[in-house]
Design a protein around this ligand. Structure first.
Ligand code: PRP
Length: 209
């Protein structure tokens, strides 16, 4: 049985569609209930929905053999897994944003609000900028507006959230997309099954999305 961790939400539905087209359907998953685990015993697969930021934890610890996680999560938590494929969906970027017209005063420590503490630290270390990190868990855009921070480091997809809150992108740190990841031991013991799935999925990936 191949255990597959899917990220709950809009991205997960896209991912499931790709897997279905790749030959790994599980009809029951489309019923909009509260069930979290779905099996297709004939194909030997078991899907489960997990919080997107938890996918790499399930995969790293072997509760899932494979999973789909955003590159943002992989950069932030650096899990000990194999990254097998870029799915070319869930595209966005991690960026620095601030109030319109914000100018960095480099004589002062920069206050940075984010849920991506490690990505932010690595970025500012690379430009030797002193920062004070304020870890938040959501609605990060509020921080500069309320004076909690000078800037934020956060996901920007369409840019709508920033626009509607009078914030601007100051700098892009890294482009993001969804990645298929595998537990290292699973890859060793279920190589053929995993490679077959990866090849099936690869054929369904649209290059220029
Ligand atoms: C993310 C991110 C931004 C928003 C960006 O939030 O933190 O708030 O999406 O998307 P946009 O550029 O298309 O407006 P998410 O929905 O993941 O929720 P969160 O506030 O819990 O992080």
């Amino acid at each position: 049985m191949l255990n597959i961790a899917l990220p709950k939400g809009r991205l997960g539905e896209k991912v499931y569609d790709i897997l279905e087209r790749a030959g790994y359907p599980c009809e029951a998953i489309k019923e909009n209930g509260r069930k979290l685990i779905f099996e297709n015993t004939e194909l030997g697969i078991r899907y489960f929905w997990v919080k997107p930021s938890d996918v790499s934890i399930y995969v790293e610890r072997g509760a899932a053999d494979i999973g789909i996680a955003g590159k943002d999560i992989l950069l932030e938590y650096n899990p000990n897994v194999y990254e097998l494929l870029d799915l070319n969906i869930g595209k966005c970027r991690v960026a620095v944003a601030g109030k319109k017209g914000f100018r960095d005063d480099t004589r002062r420590t920069l206050k940075v609000a984010t849920k991506f503490v490690n990505i932010a630290k690595t970025h500012y270390r690379s430009v030797s900028r002193d920062i004070d990190i304020i870890k938040l868990n959501g609605s990060i855009e509020l921080a500069p507006i309320l004076g909690l921070s000078d800037v934020i480091v956060d996901i920007v997809e369409t840019g709508t959230t920033l626009k509607e809150n009078d914030l601007d992108v100051l700098e892009t740190i890294v482009p993001i997309s969804a990645r298929l990841i595998s537990n290292k031991a699973s890859f060793k013991f279920k190589t053929a099954e995993i490679e077959k799935l990866v090849e099936g999925v690869r054929l369904q990936i649209k290059e220029n999305d």
